[in-house]
Design a protein around this ligand. Structure first.
Ligand code: S3P
Length: 176
């Protein structure tokens, strides 16, 4: 019963937020709880391109990646009825992606402070082309600046979930 209610209202759920906000882990868990598909947009782009995100940036540049991101987002929305999708940190900030997500389903922003994000990103920065070559001090500055540029997009989400250790129950409470 509970799941059916969620599905009727929110059959396409998008988790968004800065790199390092745990979108993929939480989206996967939420999809499992709701028994619907899980997508990680970066993984879908990688499958299409047969290249990793790092390779895509290196070989073709960021603009090319953003085009691929937009195309894959549109295609996944069109071809699937119900899912939870973790989108990339930049996805909401390019083209009309934010509008597209808001008109297709429910958007949830996982909100963290820049300091916390920077700490979480130190050990996983090598998979992320925008930050992989930054040292710790540069990373903190980058996250602060980028987050303040991007928050106006993230804040267009239907729900904003704030906290230090967000978990799947916080999400369930939000969408039920
Ligand atoms: C990016 C975030 C990454 C990935 C790419 C660009 C960004 O996704 O899409 O490296 O612009 O913030 P995650 O947020 O899943 O790390």
């Amino acid at each position: 019963m509970f799941n059916i209610k969620i599905l009727n209202q929110h059959n396409k759920i998008f988790l968004l937020g800065f790199m390092g906000s745990g979108k993929t882990t939480l989206a996967n868990k939420l999809a499992n709880k709701l028994n619907i598909s899980f997508f990680d947009l970066d993984k879908e782009i990688e499958k299409e391109a047969q290249l990793s995100v790092v390779e895509l940036f290196e070989k073709h540049g960021e603009d090319y990646f953003r085009e691929a991101e937009k195309t894959t987002l549109k295609k996944t929305i069109k071809n699937n009825d119900s899912f939870v999708m973790a989108v990339g940190g930049g996805t909401p900030c390019y083209s009309d992606n934010m509008k597209l997500m808001n008109t297709s389903g429910t958007t949830i922003y996982l909100k963290y402070d820049a300091e916390i994000l920077a700490l979480r990103l130190i050990s996983v920065k090598s998979e992320r082309p925008l930050i992989k070559d930054l040292n710790e001090a540069e990373l903190i500055v980058f996250v602060k600046n980028k987050l303040s540029e991007r928050e106006r997009y993230y804040n267009q989400s239907k729900f904003v979930l704030e906290g230090n250790n967000l978990n799947v129950d916080d999400l369930i409470n939000l969408v039920q």
